[in-house]
Every structure is written in C-alpha cells, then in structure tokens.
Write a protein that binds this ligand. Structure first.
Ligand code: PGA
Length: 249
C-alpha cells in the first residue's frame, strides 16, 4: 500500500508570524492524521518558523525549489544542503510556475532532483501539460517527454526516493480541477512510463500526487481514485481549517 502524501505549496504567501499562527491552528487538527504524510512548503523566509512550529509533530517541511550547486557565487539561490540544514525533509522541483516564469526545463529539473537527493531531501517532482497541449490531445506525449528527458534519467536507486506530482497547468489556481477520471488517466500514463523504465516494482511503489485546484469539497472524489497517492495543494493549503479538511479527507 502506498501511503498518501498530502502536501501544501504556499507559493509566495505568508510571513513568519503568519506561519506560526497557521501552525497553532493546524497542529491540533491533524494530530491524529496517521493515514498520510503531511508536508508543507512555505517560502524560504518562513522555513525556520515552520520547522520550529512543526517540531514534535509528523508534519514535514519542504522548500519550493533549490539550486543544484552546493554553494558558490549564485546570488539569490539556495542549495539543497542549506535547505536540509534548515530542518526541511522535502523539496518541490519543477513546479509549472518555475517552468513557466523562471525558465525551468526538463534538464534543470533533473539537475535539481539529483541535487535534492544528494542533500538527503525527498523531492516531489512536478510534471503536467498546458491547456493547448491537452486540447490538441498531446497530454500523454507531453508527460512521456517530461518523464524521459527528466526523472527517467535518474538511476533506479535515485528514482526510488522521489515522489511525482501530476499538475495539469490549466488546473492550477484556476478553479478548474481535472475530473477524477482525467487525473487517473494521466497517473496511469505516468506509472506506465515508470514501469517501462524502472520495472513493475518501482511502478507499484512510486507515489503520484495530483495537484490543481484541490479543495476540501473535491478532495474526496479525487482521492477515491486508487491511482492518486495524495495531493499537492496551493491556494487551499493557506488556511488551516481548509488544509486540515483536505488532509483528513
Ligand atoms: P492550486 O495550486 O491548488 O492553487 O491550484 C496547486 C499548485 O500549484 O501546486
């Protein structure tokens, strides 16, 4: 059985005081939630506050990105070892907003994933098609390319330590959720890629999360699909009650 990961991506929202206030409300609401792993990814500036507030709980803290060099003259960047030393267990890699606005490519997603693994972090690597690609029937081909040119180049040992997030770009922050069937189809296609490259055991083990307008009122029908091994939640993870009801679907 794959244990679901319920992950929140706060994007560029909240300051440290707001982070502490969130955790005060959120902690008791998920104190019994042992059916899943819980991960919250705040902005870098809130990691210290989040790690302190999550101490003694099972809530993991993640960064939203990392740079692949360990250190150096790379103004503005943050490395895997820095993120790890700050108390994070996870890191998002290749979020569509990084691909869209910050020139992330399948190649740099791979470099970042390897750097995360080397730092001892658990990467959640994001893939997903754009609206025009879905409308022209290219979804599976896009996912296959993102897989083959990205995480499909990891070694089997490396691959065993990542989770994948399927996030159709047209469903992110738009209120348009993929139907549970659409999500399950995409997850099956991705799992098929994994099977072809790494074998049946790896395909059975890898956790594939769905992301894109997940809310308290649609999480249950999404999670009813056996193909979905959790969710990656943006907007609805910013409110403690809302994210707790997603975690406790
Ligand atoms: P959303 O974002 O839940 O606000 O659509 C999801 C994501 O970008 O991870």
């Amino acid at each position: 059985m794959r244990k679901p990961i319920m992950a929140g991506n706060w994007k560029m929202y909240k300051n440290p005081a707001e982070t502490t206030a969130f955790f005060e409300k959120f902690r008791p609401l998920v104190a019994q939630s042992e059916h899943c792993e819980i991960v919250i990814c705040p902005p870098y500036t809130n990691i210290a506050a989040a790690v302190a507030a999550a101490q003694g709980t099972r809530i993991g803290i993640g960064a939203q990105d990392l740079y692949w060099a360990k250190e150096g003259a790379f103004t503005g960047e943050v490395s895997g070892p820095m993120i790890k030393a700050s108390g994070c267990s996870h890191v998002l890699v290749g979020h569509s907003e990084r691909r869209q606005y910050f020139d992330e490519t399948n190649e740099t997603v791979l470099q970042r994933t390897i750097a995360a693994l080397e730092a001892g972090l658990s990467p959640i690597v994001c893939v997903g098609e754009r609206l025009a690609e879905r409308e022209s029937g290219e979804t599976e081909a896009v996912l296959a390319l993102q897989f083959r040119a990205g995480i499909g180049l990891l070694s089997a040992d490396q691959f065993a330590r990542i989770a994948i997030a399927y996030e159709p770009v047209w469903a992110i922050g738009t209120g348009k959720t993929a139907t549970p069937e659409m999500a399950a189809d995409a997850h099956r296609a991705l799992r098929g890629q994994v099977r072809g490259r790494y074998g049946a055991e790896a395909a059975d083990a890898v956790r594939i999360l769905y992301g894109g307008s997940v809310k308290p009122d649609n999480v249950r029908i999404l999670m009813a699909q056996p193909e979905l091994d959790g969710v990656l939640v943006g907007g609805a993870s910013l409110d403690a009650n809302s994210f707790a009801s997603i975690v406790n679907f």
